[in-house]
Design a protein around this ligand. Structure first.
Ligand code: SF4
Length: 349
């Protein structure tokens, strides 16, 4: 397995310089990098040892998002945009994908004024000791941010996450915030609101967001996002309180890194599998309520699209059936034991 940290400008050059793709090659990239993936595919297909190149047209939200059908006969996988998920990489090795290359691409730069603003916000709140983490695009900025804050007297912790899921220090995933180790305020470097909200909901400590496309968000801004998210999720969870197992369709994922044997087993197995849960899929499944065992972000982040249905994460369903729906548990992979135990009790009646 090889990780090539790169910018969007030098992805193709770096991959061609450092990798020797062979046989059947599969290239994956999130939507924003599909053009680069095509460019890379054209170059790779000219190499002598390459027999064929297949581009994954799927949406590719992470290195978890690789299906068996896509790679069952592949010799090489080149994944753009994310760090590997170690347990998925191990599975790929076992099924014979000999060359596996992950090319996380660096996001927009963190400007000097953002660092000044970050230090100011921490000073204002009296945060002298903080966790620091980032999403994949922004992990390359962590060392500079850590140095900057340390030089201004802030104690900074960049934690190692769960080795099954998190390959580099300080990387936070939507389904796993295990790199945030201490009960301290956390600085999250990322765009969008899901990851800061996830860290806030998991740690119950203040979160400051540094968004390189917007600037610094105060803990109050993050709390407001969490409050809005909780309003929707708690009301959905409450709706599920009286559901019986026969009222709920269990939908699993086909993505190797989103198959969750623990919750699937606790729920008595999945009835359906799908790569992307969508309105069309829910219409086809024909159930009003479903528990989605794939990426935990989907029911939460896509809630607006699923208004007509009750789509819950396993952790939400567990809270509902245990009657503890007012204490929200953000779903994660791997699932906490109390979630699988609650689901098992419910399924067995
Ligand atoms: S399961 Fe979802 S949150 Fe976790 S790595 Fe995959 S896409 Fe990201």
């Amino acid at each position: 397995m090889m990780i090539i940290e790169s910018t969007e400008e030098d992805v193709v050059e770096k991959v061609l310089e450092r990798v020797e793709p062979e046989g059947e090659v599969v290239i994956q990239a999130p939507d924003g990098l599909k053009g680069l993936a095509r460019e890379l595919a054209e170059e790779v297909s000219r190499l002598e040892d390459v027999e064929s190149v297949v581009l994954d047209a799927g949406r590719v939200f992470g290195a978890c998002d690789v299906t068996l059908s896509l790679v069952s006969s592949a010799d090489t996988l080149i994944h753009l945009g994310h760090y590997p998920v170690p347990s998925v990489d191990d599975a790929l090795e076992r099924i014979g994908v000999r060359t596996r290359v992950y090319v996380p691409t660096e996001g927009p730069p963190v400007e000097e004024w953002m660092l000044e603003e970050l230090a100011e916000v921490l000073r204002y709140h009296g945060f002298e000791d903080v966790n620091l983490c980032a999403t994949a695009q922004h992990v390359p900025h962590l060392a500079r941010i850590e140095r900057y804050l340390r030089e201004r007297g802030v104690e900074v912790h960049v934690g190692k996450g769960d080795p099954e899921r998190v390959p580099v220090e300080g990387l936070v995933l939507g389904c796993n915030v295990s790199c945030v180790k201490r009960d301290l305020p956390t600085v999250v470097v990322c765009s969008g609101s899901f990851h800061p909200a996830g860290v806030a909901l998991t740690t119950r400590e203040p979160v400051v967001q540094l968004d390189p496309t917007r600037g610094v968000l105060d803990p109050g801004d993050v709390e407001e996002v969490v409050r809005r998210m909780l309003t929707v999720r708690l009301s959905k969870t409450r709706e599920a309180v009286d559901l019986e197992p026969e009222d709920v369709e269990v939908v699993g994922s086909t993505a190797l890194g989103q198959v969750r044997p623990d919750v699937e087993r606790a729920l008595g197995g999945v009835s359906w599998r799908v790569r992307y849960l969508s309105e069309d899929v829910l219409r086809g499944v024909g159930a009003d309520a479903c528990v989605y065992c794939g990426c935990p972000r989907v029911p939460v982040d896509e809630a607006a699209r699923f208004k007509r249905w009750l789509v819950l994460t396993p952790a939400e369903l567990a809270s509902a059936v245990e009657g503890s729906w007012d204490r929200y548990v953000l779903d994660s992979i791997p699932s906490p034991e109390h979630v699988t135990e609650a689901l098992e009790r419910w399924t067995r009646g």
